[in-house]
Design a protein. Structure first.
Length: 271
């Protein structure tokens, strides 16, 4: 068993220090009727989630959806610059951290070359066939920088354990129908997928994204395996990098949050 991280979630809930962040990408117009959050940075996390207080199960999922659906949008071209901010290496502001590889790489090496990094859709865009349309296709809460070759290896596979080691992504494994990310981002992956399953419920002209406990979901708007993702959420609690990323997306780009980074305990309350 390669999983060894057993730190409790509570240790991951301390507020992360924010960096000074340049506005290098521009959020698009609001897609919902809600007014833009002009003072987003001043909104406390407790206030943001107030409508969900005391709820569990389906009621909690609905309340969170109603909260996080109020967002600004980023174009697919704008995602390039946004990722250079959201995934900046804390030790080197000229670099980004690649999600599966864990490698620190120059921000300027984005593109389609073999050793470049590109835009990895953690919720594979073929699962629901939403492509790169503004909405789920450009939602920064599940888009991360990754090596082009590793991105291709992952493809649209569901997440599971086992397989052969992935070149250029130490600690990651893959087989014909699944992908296992390195331990340090297992929880990140789980929380990104669960965000998508709450944010996109069949409104806004987008598919209803849902979780199941299978692999080989293909083009269905489904992702698995939920039983394993719940374990990963507990095993790998939100760290400073993940929490800073959530805050940057809220303050600078989409003005909505991933609730499972702020409250990882809500995963078991819903699923």
């Amino acid at each position: 068993m390669r999983i060894s991280r057993t730190a409790p979630w509570a240790a991951g809930l301390a507020a992360a220090a924010l960096f000074l962040i340049p506005a290098t990408a521009t959020a698009g117009p609001q897609r919902t009727a809600a007014a833009p959050r002009a003072a987003a940075a001043a909104t406390s996390v407790d206030d943001y989630y107030a409508p969900a207080a005391g709820k569990t199960g389906a009621a909690l999922k609905t309340a969170l959806h109603d909260i996080i659906k109020n967002q600004s949008t980023v174009t697919y071209d704008g995602v390039w610059n946004a990722l250079k901010v959201t995934d900046q290496d804390p030790a080197n502001p000229n670099n980004v951290i690649l999600v599966y590889s864990g490698r620190s790489q120059s921000k300027n090496t984005n593109g389609g070359g073999v050793d470049d990094w590109n835009r990895e859709h953690v919720w594979a865009k073929s699962h629901g066939d939403f492509g790169t349309a503004t909405g789920p296709g450009t939602d920064l809460h599940h888009l991360r920088p990754e090596d082009v070759t590793v991105n291709s290896t992952r493809g649209n596979k569901d997440f599971d354990m086992g397989g052969s080691p992935v070149a250029e992504a130490p600690g990651s494994y893959t087989d014909a129908d699944s992908f296992e990310p390195r331990d340090a981002v297992k929880g990140d992956v789980a929380r990104m997928l669960l965000y998508m399953a709450v944010r996109y419920e069949g409104g806004d002209g987008f598919p209803d994204l849902e979780m199941n406990d299978k692999v080989n979901n293909g083009t269905a708007p489904l992702f698995g395996r939920i039983s394993l993702l719940k374990q990963w959420n507990q095993m790998d609690p939100p760290d400073a990098f993940e929490k800073r990323r959530n805050q940057v997306i809220f303050d600078t780009y989409q003005h909505n949050r991933n609730p499972f980074i702020d409250h990882p305990e809500w995963v078991n309350s819903i699923w």
